[in-house]
Write a protein that binds this ligand. Structure first.
Ligand code: GLN
Length: 200
């Protein structure tokens, strides 16, 4: 991968908060494009973002649009991917309170809508990986109830894991794209740069 060339980042855009991700990626010098249909999923990309929204709707649309399998193959071949909130649910191997499985690639057990009704939306400020503190908005968020040995927990809020990484996969309970802070997106773009390979 040529470091002088902007990273081409596909942003899943079937539903949810994709515009905010694309805007932030663009501000950081990447070259984002929206994935709306199968042909977009077949495009060459250096990284992929799965935004927040409603995982059941996104999963259904991914199947109907025949995008689930081609994207699953790219992720399992090593394409760097960041899933936020619903995107984390799509990546998880297991959901604690739901029988559905979408990509099913990341060795985490995720609890959907884990904060109940009263705590449906809130903002925390906690350490993210080795990057210092960052603002973390939670919107009807899941958390990581359990993670496999190959998974590194990158952030915790009130004793619950809210960010994790397994090789090329980064999953977050919260929404960095709606803040002014670029910490998490920069971390992800560095991940994509150091992947050092073209994913076709
Ligand atoms: N509650 C949503 C779900 O279960 C996720 C919420 C979000 O992405 N902000 O899919």
């Amino acid at each position: 991968m040529n470091r002088d060339k902007p990273l081409s980042v596909g942003v899943l855009a079937v539903q949810g908060a994709f515009e905010e991700h694309a805007a932030m990626l663009g501000r950081l010098g990447a070259d984002p494009f929206l994935l709306r249909k199968r042909a977009d999923a077949d495009r060459k990309m250096d990284a992929l973002v799965l935004p927040g929204g409603e995982s059941t709707v996104q999963g259904k649309l991914l199947r109907e649009l025949d995008m689930l399998e081609p994207l699953r193959q790219k992720i399992s071949a090593g394409l760097p991917v960041m899933g936020t909130c619903a995107g984390m649910i799509l990546l998880a191997k297991t959901l604690e309170n739901d029988a559905a499985v979408y990509f099913g690639l990341m060795d985490i057990t995720v609890r959907r809508n884990a904060y109940g009704r009263q705590l449906g939306s809130f903002t925390a400020k906690e350490r993210f990986a080795d990057q210092g503190e960052t603002v973390m908005p939670f919107i009807r968020a899941p958390y990581i109830a359990a993670a496999g040995p190959g998974t590194e927990i990158l952030a915790e809020v009130n004793g619950k894991a809210v960010a994790a990484r397994q090789k090329n996969m980064l999953a977050l309970s919260f929404h960095p794209e709606v803040t002014q802070e670029t910490t998490v997106h920069r971390y992800f773009l560095n991940m994509a740069y150091s992947a050092g390979q073209d994913w076709g």
